[in-house]
Design a protein. Structure first.
Length: 70
C-alpha cells in the first residue's frame, strides 16, 4: 500500500499420500509478520486418474503464445 517491498511465500504442509495443505502469505515488513492471502486443503477423492497422451486437446499451454484450444 505504501509502495514498499512486498515478499510473497507459498507453504506446503501436512503432506500425506491422500492430502496436503497449501497456503499463500505476504509480508510488507521484511518477513517479520505474515498475512495469509488464502489457504487450500486438498484431499484425494479416488483412484489416480489415467492421464491423456501428450499433444492432445487437454494440453493447452504453449510458451510465448496463445492457444487455439477452448
Amino acid at each position: 500500500p505504501d509502495g514498499g517491498e512486498t515478499i510473497s511465500r507459498y507453504t506446503f504442509s501436512d503432506i500425506t499420500p491422500a492430502s496436503l495443505r497449501w497456503d499463500d502469505a505476504y509480508s510488507t515488513d521484511g518477513g517479520e509478520t505474515w498475512t495469509h492471502n488464502w489457504i487450500m486443503e486438498f484431499t484425494r477423492t479416488g483412484a489416480k486418474p489415467t492421464l491423456a497422451a501428450d499433444g492432445g486437446p487437454e494440453h493447452t499451454f504453449h510458451a510465448g503464445g496463445r492457444c487455439a484450444a477452448p
